[in-house]
Design a protein. Structure first.
Length: 420
């Protein structure tokens, strides 16, 4: 408007906006955080484990409080991670009840089970949270007890005591083997049998061969033994070579108990000491490949495994007997079906590495073939509860017999006549 004044003044409404966090609130939050970031001693009986103030400091952030105000927040994930680090030290494994045997190997009693314990992480985190709240409130709290939970044994004393008088041998199998370098003088077969002896497979539980035995190391007595490498037998090609006699023997005992079977694989070629089509090799390769043998206790009672080994002269034996409350199961095997037979040949190799006339068998001729064997398991009423067919493809192996010969004599040099 041309008549309007040159300058118009308008008073704008002004609202004071307070900061979300005042300097005083920030200072108070920092002071509370400093009270939190102090060592905490976790009490475990006579043992003390410490979470350092430095660790606490790394878990602290700041945020608006739900009830108003501003303060420090400790990440629960940090508390849990710190407690998980000490969980193994706190844990005590439970001890299952075991069965006692008389000289005639009958079950005559049990040893008592023992409960174990584990760190109760959620409860201990809750206790730490209360301690942190107390520190925020200005209290000086530096110690608190941890919380634990009781871990019951899988086989209790009461269960074992109730079962022991009813237990009988439900199956067994024995394997013969020649004691020699191919099985570490028998050690590679007897050691795992001894490790498995006395183990109990509870109802519903799986038995896994590699999990059942201890570490396979020279410190535990294992030696180099035979292995099939690139289709040929290397007498000392692998640590614990020959261990398959143990797995095959236990496999056949479990088969005849009528149990649910799991992992199984036949050997590269057929070894006539084993039931045709019912061998079970195991191995752990350097590349990480693992073959195990497994079965499940699908009965209502514990199964006790007894393993033993002995020698008679140069012959070795390994035997497994499975004990449990008899179920009345019946087990039948079909006559092996053998097809695609590939006859083996034998070869003779003459070598100067042996004394003249000395013979050494490096590889036995073994025919190749495909084999099928069916197992049928029935319950006490005759109803089929398991039926499976095991297929085995066995490779053909050419025999190698070495015979020592004398080295050829070195040619005698003819003297050169002097010039005329």
């Amino acid at each position: 408007d041309p008549d309007a004044p040159r300058l118009v003044r308008v008073d704008l409404p002004i609202t004071i906006v307070e900061p979300g966090v005042t300097s005083d609130e920030a200072a108070a939050a920092r002071a509370a955080a400093d009270r939190i970031a102090v060592d905490v001693d976790l009490l475990d009986g006579a043992e003390t484990r410490t979470i350092s103030g430095t660790e606490f400091r790394g878990w602290i952030s700041f945020a608006a409080m739900a009830g108003g105000g501003y303060g420090p927040v400790v990440a629960q994930e940090g508390l849990e991670s710190a407690l998980n680090l000490i969980a193994d030290d706190v844990a005590v494994a439970p001890v299952d009840a075991t069965f006692l045997f008389a000289d005639n190997e009958e079950v005559v009693g049990v040893t008592d089970a023992k409960t174990g314990r584990a760190l109760d992480v959620p409860a201990t985190v809750a206790s730490l949270a209360r301690l942190i709240e107390q520190r925020v409130a200005g209290l000086s709290v530096s110690r608190m007890p941890i919380s634990t939970i009781t871990v019951e044994p899988e086989l209790t004393t009461a269960q074992a005591t109730q079962t022991a008088p009813l237990m009988k041998p439900i199956s067994e199998w024995t394997t013969y083997f020649p004691i020699g370098i191919k099985n570490g003088g028998g050690a590679n077969i007897w050691i795992p049998a001894r490790e498995i002896d006395g183990q109990v497979v509870l109802p519903g539980q799986w038995f896994d061969f590699w999990k059942a035995i201890g570490p396979v190391t020279r410190e535990n007595g294992y030696r180099d033994g035979g292995a099939i490498i690139n289709g040929k037998t290397e007498p000392q090609g692998a640590l614990a070579g020959g261990i398959c006699s143990t797995s095959t023997t236990l496999f056949n005992a479990a088969l005849r108990a009528g149990l649910e079977m799991g992992a199984r694989r036949n050997h590269y070629y057929y070894i006539d000491r084993y039931p045709l089509g019912l061998d079970a090799t195991v191995f752990q390769s350097s590349s990480g490949s693992v073959q195990t043998m497994s079965f499940r206790n699908d009965t209502e009672n514990p199964i006790l495994i007894r393993g033993t080994g002995w020698k008679v002269g140069a012959k070795g034996y390994v035997k497994f007997v499975l004990w449990s409350v008899p179920t009345g199961r019946g087990v039948d095997f079909s006559t092996p079906i053998v097809k695609n037979i590939r006859p083996a040949t034998d070869t003779t190799v003459y070598t100067t590495e042996l004394s003249p006339g000395v013979k050494e068998r490096i590889e036995y001729p073994v025919e190749g073939k495909d084999v099928w064997v069916t197992r049928t398991v029935t319950d006490s009423a005759g109803t089929v509860i398991h039926q499976e067919t095991y297929y085995s493809h066995y490779a053909r192996i050419t025999g190698i017999l070495q015979i020592g010969i004398a080295p050829e004599p070195s040619p005698v040099a003819t003297p050169t006549p002097p010039p005329a």
